[in-house]
Design a protein around this ligand. Structure first.
Ligand SMILES: *[C@@H]1O[C@H](CO)[C@@H](O)[C@H](O)[C@H]1NC(C)=O
Ligand SMILES: *[C@@H]1O[C@H](CO)[C@@H](O)[C@H](O)[C@H]1NC(C)=O
Length: 126
């Protein structure tokens, strides 16, 4: 998935708990590249916050635009709350049953993705 935002529509952006405003990140800085963790992306567009669950990737900030390249992304308003909660429960059960390093790593990742989706929904209702 590829998300490109240009400075004219963007007020500020929240990635990995860091808040980049168009002033500090886009205008004054040389382009920076950063890894995007599994987590919440919040974008303020036309006085409204849009919340997305991002499944890890890469962002480039600068030159009057922010480009985000992620493995997967879901708008919080598109996530089914019941399905997300069920998936979280399954992911927790999977982690408790995981055996061996590889299964543990996969189950942990799956749990982080599931938690992020539930977190994105909770932000929507605030
Ligand atoms: C739970 O484990 C099953 C069996 O390994 C797998 O198919 C499923 O995708 C896992 N679900 C989650 C949410 O991690
Ligand atoms: C998975 O998560 C558990 C609990 O948070 C942690 O103890 C464990 O070290 C993690 N394992 C891996 C392989 O990341």
């Amino acid at each position: 998935m590829f998300v490109m935002l240009n400075i004219f529509s963007l007020v500020c952006i929240h990635i990995n708990s860091a808040l980049y405003s168009t002033f500090n990140a886009v205008q004054n800085h040389a382009p920076i590249a950063t890894a995007v963790d599994i987590g919440i992306l919040r974008i303020r567009l036309n006085d409204q916050w849009v919340t997305m669950a991002l499944m890890g990737g890469f962002a480039r900030i600068g030159n009057n635009k922010i480009t985000i390249l992620v493995n997967d992304a879901e708008k919080s308003s598109d996530i089914d709350p019941e399905e997300a909660k069920q998936t979280l429960e399954i992911a927790e059960a999977n982690l408790s049953k995981a055996e061996g390093k590889r299964q543990l790593i996969e189950a942990n990742l799956s749990l982080r993705r599931a938690r992020t989706r539930v977190e994105a929904i909770n932000m929507l209702s605030q």
